[in-house]
Ligand binder design. Structure first.
Ligand code: XIL
Length: 325
């Protein structure tokens, strides 16, 4: 972990993370997660999302988020907590979208109030516990324009301002991040969009401390180290820190040695680029144990994207990263 503030792994609550009923106990998983020599940071993959934290209007529930927030004390050496994600168009509580069978009709005023209440409620509850918050997640389309989410359709870019403003007020010490996927390459429209979005917020007088690159990458078609360095250089002109927030490197199944070698190279490039970038504070893998990865559900035919196989042996990428740090 030389140079970086942390290397971490996201995790989820038992019951949410298992893709299939799983016969064994999780003692081995829990021990790896807790081991301070493995991870110095964690993120709840799901528990702080709107669906769980505000299941009915104004009614907050932090059971799922707290399960992971409490894991920072496991293993005897306190981990950093990255908090995720205050405003996102996915995994919203149903009441935000639907009332019975009908789409909820929001006005600018009512939705602004709901966003404000949600961000204040959730970020406020975790005040002092989060090293960083992904305040807004995935606000952009592939072409770098704003995603036509409910928030954008009703409020325009105002919702981004509201969210960052409310987060800054609710937890002045947390680093406030804009987080997105597919923003790891320097020349893309989406990368340009991120810079525009962050500049817009800063021009409006809002605090944005960091840009989070999710980095859900492919073993056989991944950014070069130079790409990563150049992308981060661009972001570093705008913000104090950058981070790889949801790193995984998927493989088209079946797994073989060649693909695992490409995966290892990809993981190594991320580590090398982060280590060489002054403002790159850390790397988070999106869980560490293949059976708990989101990849096979969302990208059929892909898997083995993390660092521990199902039998708890390690991917070659594990030693590859250790050598690179
Ligand atoms: C994913 C979780 O890993 C899954 O368990 C869940 O079903 C869907 O969300 N970008 C993000 C993350 O910002 O919150 C997503 O996490 C993966 C993509």
């Amino acid at each position: 972990q030389a140079g970086l503030l942390y290397f971490g792994a996201a995790t989820d609550t038992p019951g949410q993370r298992e893709r299939a009923p799983y016969p064994q106990s999780y003692a081995q998983y829990d021990a790896i997660l807790a081991d301070p020599d493995e991870f110095g940071q964690t993120t709840p993959t799901n528990g702080q999302k709107w669906l769980f934290t505000e299941p009915s209007p104004g009614v907050f529930n932090f059971t799922q988020g707290d399960y992971v927030a409490e894991r920072v004390a496991d293993g005897g050496k306190k981990k950093l907590l990255r908090c995720h994600a205050a405003v996102w168009h996915n995994q919203l509580a149903p009441w935000v979208m639907m009332d019975g069978n009908a789409t909820v009709t929001w006005t600018k005023e009512s939705l602004a109030e709901a966003v404000q209440r949600h961000v204040s409620g959730v970020v406020g509850y975790y005040k002092g516990k989060c090293y960083a918050w992904d305040v807004v997640n995935e606000a952009l389309d592939e072409d770098g324009t704003y995603r036509r989410s409910l928030f954008y359709e009703v409020l325009g870019e105002e919702y981004l301002k509201l969210a960052f403003g409310a987060a800054a007020e609710a937890d002045p010490a947390a680093k406030l991040y804009y987080n997105d996927y597919g923003i790891e390459r320097p020349g893309s429209n989406k990368t340009a969009g991120v810079k525009r979005l962050v500049r817009m917020l800063k021009d409006a007088g809002l605090r944005v401390d960091g840009i989070g690159m999710q980095a859900h990458l492919h073993a056989d078609n991944h950014p070069s180290k130079d790409d990563l360095l150049q992308t981060m250089k661009g972001y570093a002109e705008l913000v104090d820190e950058v981070a790889f927030t949801e790193l995984d490197v998927r493989i088209r199944l079946p797994v073989d040695e060649t693909k695992l070698a490409m995966q290892k190279e990809c993981y190594q490039k991320v580590v090398a680029a982060c280590v060489e970038t002054e403002k790159c504070v850390g790397i988070t893998v999106w869980d560490f144990y293949d059976p708990f990865s989101w990849v096979p559900d969302v990208f059929p035919g892909y898997g083995a994207s993390l660092l521990w196989f199902e039998d708890f042996s390690k991917h070659p990428a594990y030693d590859g990263m250790v050598e690179t740090f």
